[in-house]
Design a protein around this ligand. Structure first.
Ligand code: NAG
Ligand code: NAG
Ligand code: NAG
Ligand code: NAG
Ligand code: NAG
Ligand code: NAG
Ligand code: NAG
Ligand code: CU
Length: 346
């Protein structure tokens, strides 16, 4: 149930080795398909389809939201927690738990359609962030910008937990006592029913901060090392293994549970950040990176190789959410300003 097995003790050199090894097994196989797009004229501005600068929303660092915007955001998350479930997924009790159950259902190693350790990891989580934002805006009155957590900024400061995001008026801080329950913040009274892992029990939001190890995975040297890769496969793997898994593991508690981690609302602050890391990388060289996708599409350790060989992730790969929102394809989420999506980051 923990992310920690792969990450523990990873150094920069083992990261490079891991990423390079992975890349050689799943060589970059960029498709030329650019749905609804014209490479030369459209990519420099990013705007395609019906997404325009006027319509685009801008996601912002938590500390750059006004107090009123922060309150609007937290109120809307609380509304999701207090709204009835609609998905029909196992053990759901609220609209918020629909999202937690969706993530867990997609982390079932017995099924081919998975979302971790595969090329669709980043596209699926981008789709998932879009679902979260859409539910908050359409069902729960969110009007403020969607916030993210600038993790590399805090890591480089030497104090991973300095953000006002962890205050009692916001998400609360570290867990306490033997249960590791978060006892302050807006979600201190939230009882989760999905998890840990595949169990369905009643439990609190747990955290167990480890600042030094979080910093070792989230700092700018690690990010620069990942960003030195200019094709998706090694780049994605590096980001997924280090800043992504590292922060999951070392926020700890619910966040360290690969299946049920979205039970801690901080999950979405983390994944908005990871999405921004991808967005920034794509923007560095849009002609080559905006539609660059590769990597395995199924867990090759848990499945028999199909007759036609392993299928790699392509732009046609279908992203789905048990009908919480309609299916789309990876091709439609590659460009955050491509029409299906219409957002950028500050
Ligand atoms: C998937 O990628 C691997 C490694 O690049 C390649 O050997 C294999 O042929 C690809 N499979 C398909 C079905 O394209
Ligand atoms: C949590 O519940 C306790 C006891 O009912 C109450 O005093 C406290 O204000 C609640 N906290 C929040 C954030 O709702
Ligand atoms: C967070 O809480 C855990 C569990 O109580 C504790 O082991 C850890 O030292 C705390 N971390 C920080 C940075 O306060
Ligand atoms: C892939 O399958 C292996 C073997 O069953 C398992 O140990 C591993 O956790 C799976 N990975 C994911 C991301 O589900
Ligand atoms: C959505 O995608 C999933 C997974 O590929 C598939 O099983 C399902 O039938 C699709 N739903 C629709 C309405 O196309
Ligand atoms: C653009 O069109 C797509 C597809 O019809 C729709 O899903 C999306 O909500 C629209 N986006 C905006 C910003 O109007
Ligand atoms: C926060 O806002 C300030 C002023 O608008 C801007 O300079 C800064 O880049 C923003 N910080 C982040 C992390 O986006
Ligand atoms: Cu995930």
């Amino acid at each position: 149930m923990h992310f920690s097995s792969l990450i523990a003790g990873l150094s920069l050199s083992t990261c490079i080795a891991a990423a390079v090894t992975h890349g050689s097994h799943h060589t970059h196989s960029k498709s030329n398909v650019r749905p609804g797009d014209n490479k030369e004229t459209k990519i420099p501005g990013f705007f395609t389809g019906n997404c325009t600068e006027e319509k685009m929303t801008v996601r912002k660092e938590w500390r750059n939201l006004s107090k009123a915007e922060q309150k609007n955001f937290l109120d809307s998350v609380e509304c999701l927690i207090n709204s009835p479930a609609q998905s029909g997924l196992t053990a759901t009790t609220s609209r918020f738990s629909d999202l937690q159950a969706l993530h867990r259902a997609k982390t079932n190693t017995a099924v081919g359609d998975i979302i971790h350790d595969v090329g669709q990891f980043l596209p699926w989580h981008r789709y998932y962030m879009h679902i979260y934002e859409t539910l908050l805006r359409d069902e729960c009155g969110l009007t403020a910008p969607m916030p993210y957590w600038d993790e590399v900024y805090d890591a480089d400061s030497g104090d991973m937990w300095q953000s006002a995001m962890w205050d009692a008026e916001a998400f609360g801080g570290n867990g306490t006592g033997s249960g590791l329950c978060v006892e302050d913040g807006r979600f201190s009274n939230l009882t989760l029913h999905i998890g840990p892992g595949d169990e369905d029990t009643d439990y609190c939001i747990r955290r167990s901060w480890d600042g030094a190890d979080a910093i070792a995975n989230a700092n700018s040297k690690v990010l620069e090392m990942c960003n030195s890769y200019n094709t998706y496969s090694p780049w994605w793997y590096c980001v997924a293994e280090l800043p992504h898994k590292g922060v999951h593991t070392y926020v700890g508690g619910v966040m360290a549970d690969i299946k049920s981690s979205p039970g801690d609302p901080i999950f979405f602050m983390h994944h908005m950040y990871i999405d921004r890391v991808w967005w920034l990388w794509q923007k560095q060289d849009p002609l080559n990176r905006l539609y660059d996708i590769s990597g395995p599409s199924v867990n090759e350790s848990a499945n028999a190789e199909p007759a036609g060989g392993w299928q790699n992730t392509t732009l046609h790969y279908e992203l789905s959410s048990y009908n919480i929102m309609p299916n789309t394809t990876i091709g439609h989420v590659m460009n955050s300003q491509g029409g299906y999506l219409c957002y950028g980051y500050e």
